[in-house]
Structures are given as structure tokens and as C-alpha cells.
Design a protein around this ligand. Structure first.
Ligand code: ATP
Ligand code: MG
Length: 231
């Protein structure tokens, strides 16, 4: 199915949100993001960063208020429409059992093998893939069990490149990624963010520094915002 292409403006309009039976994590949260902007969210653990991006991805919906994409409440659109226009790499990247190739192609069935290899090269996943038993035809096992977290993240980045979404979300784990993987992932991040509306929760300073706007989140609110120089 061909979903209309999203431009990429995102608005959180007086959004409140509580997880089931819990207290409000976001209370009257408002945020306007222009298409193409990169927004970095920083703040202490539990401040609500992942909650904000999970709402943007519509893994959850606001309890009150609304989230508009290109000016339209996303609840008025199908889930498929958002899925076709939004790519994400989350703290625990999820792969499905199938081959590396299937996992990168995910959702864009018309993508050619050449496009898949090109995307993997862009994010520096090609070399480790070629070292595997059957290269791109290697089965990754249930949930990607055969791969390290860093490798799964790179596959997810390659997937995002192939999908070419207007909106990209990165919710990066604080977890221990070794320095080399870290350097590689930084390259992937730079490639994926170009020309998209992006929400990044990152821990490395270089990613945060290059954001158009940095929001400091505390208790579900924007405590401060600015760019790297002003903060
Ligand atoms: P971190 O830096 O540790 O990833 P965060 O800023 O991403 O933290 P959130 O994960 O958004 O924080 O959590 C905000 C609040 O919501 C916390 O109090 C957390 O315990 C709670 N919370 C998060 N996910 C759930 C969930 N699935 N069910 C219930 N409560 C949750
Ligand atoms: Mg989080």
C-alpha cells in the first residue's frame, strides 16, 4: 500500500500521559518540532525521555492532549501510515527471526539486494555481515539472538536507511558499548539523521552537540532548551 509521504512536522499539544495505573509521567507537555529538525533529549534517568519518544512512535497514545504530525492528530490516521514514515532504533533493538537481509528489508519489500548492501555499507555493518556464515542470508535467530546489541543496532540503522522515513527516532541505551562499536554507531547516526525530523536520546556528547535543539527533561517537563552553545 502507498501511504502519503509525511513532511515531518511534529507537535505535542498539551500532552499528558500516565502508564496504566501509574501517576502522570507527562503533564501538559507541549513541543513544536519543524520538519528536518534534530531534537536531542537529555535528562536524568526516569525523567520521561523514552516516554516522549514512545508517544511519538505511537507505541502509546496520549491520555490527554494530542500529537500532530504535519498538523493532523495521528489518531486520525492508520498505524500503517506512521509506520511507513517513521523509523526507529530503540534501547533494545528488536530483530525478528529470519535472515539479515530480511531484517534490513523489513517493511519495504520492494527494496533490492543492492539497496540493502548499500545501506549496510553506509552504517558500516557490511564487514561484520560478510564475516558471517552465510553473509546476508545468515539467520539471526529468535529476536536476533545470534548478534550482539551493537550489531543489532547497526542492522536497525541499515533498516532505517532502506526505509527512508521522514521521521527518525533513536533511543539509545546507556549500556556498555565498546569504543569501537561506539565510533561505528556514531557514523551510522550521522548518516541516518541527515534530512529528517529526528528525536535522539543519546549519551555521547558528539550526537547531542550536533542537534539543532537540546531539551533538558526533568519530571516530564522541558526544564531548559537551547543548542550546545547556549546551554
Ligand atoms: P532512562 O534515562 O533511564 O532511559 P527515561 O528518561 O527514558 O529514563 P522513562 O522511561 O520515560 O524515563 O520513564 C519515565 C517514568 O515512567 C519513570 O518513572 C518510569 O518508571 C515510568 N515508566 C517507564 N516505562 C514504564 C512502563 N512501561 N510502565 C510503567 N511505568 C513506566
Ligand atoms: Mg529511556
Amino acid at each position: 500500500e502507498n501511504w502519503p509521504k509525511v513532511h515531518g512536522d511534529i507537535t505535542f499539544k498539551n500532552v499528558s500521559f500516565a502508564y496504566k495505573d501509574g501517576q502522570k509521567v507527562l503533564d501538559n507537555f507541549t513541543l513544536d518540532i519543524k520538519a528536518g529538525e534534530t531534537i536531542a533529549l537529555v535528562g536524568e534517568t526516569g525523567s520521561g525521555k523514552s516516554t516522549i519518544v514512545n508517544l511519538a512512535c505511537r507505541f502509546y497514545e496520549p491520555t490527554e492532549g494530542e500529537i500532530l504530525i504535519d498538523g493532523v492528530n495521528y489518531k486520525e490516521r492508520s498505524i500503517g501510515w506512521l509506520q511507513a514514515n517513521l523509523g526507529y532504533v530503540l534501547q533494545s533493538p528488536h530483530l525478528f527471526s529470519g535472515t539479515i537481509k530480511d531484517n534490513i528489508r523489513y517493511g519495504r519489500l520492494e527494496a533490492t539486494d543492492e539497496e540493502i548492501v548499500e545501506a549496510a555499507k553506509l552504517v558500516d555493518a557490511h564487514d561484520f555481515i560478510m564475516k558471517m556464515d552465510k553473509a546476508y542470508d545468515t539467520e539471526v535467530g529468535e529476536g536476533g539472538g545470534m548478534l550482539s546489541t551493537g550489531e543489532k543496532q547497526l542492522i536497525s540503522f541499515a533498516r532505517a536507511i532502506v526505509a527512508n522515513p521522514s521521521i527518525f527516532v533513536l533511543d539509545e541505551a546507556t549500556s556498555s558499548i565498546d569504543t569501537q562499536t561506539e565510533r561505528i554507531i556514531q557514523k551510522a547516526i550521522d548518516k541516518v539523521l541527515q534530512g529528517r525530523t529526528s528525536f535522539v536520546i543519546a549519551h555521547r556528547l558528539s550526537t547531542i552537540v550536533s542537534a539543532d535543539r537540546i531539551l533538558v527533561i526533568k519530571n516530564g517537563k522541558v526544564l531548559e532548551q537551547g543548542n550546545h552553545e547556549s546551554l
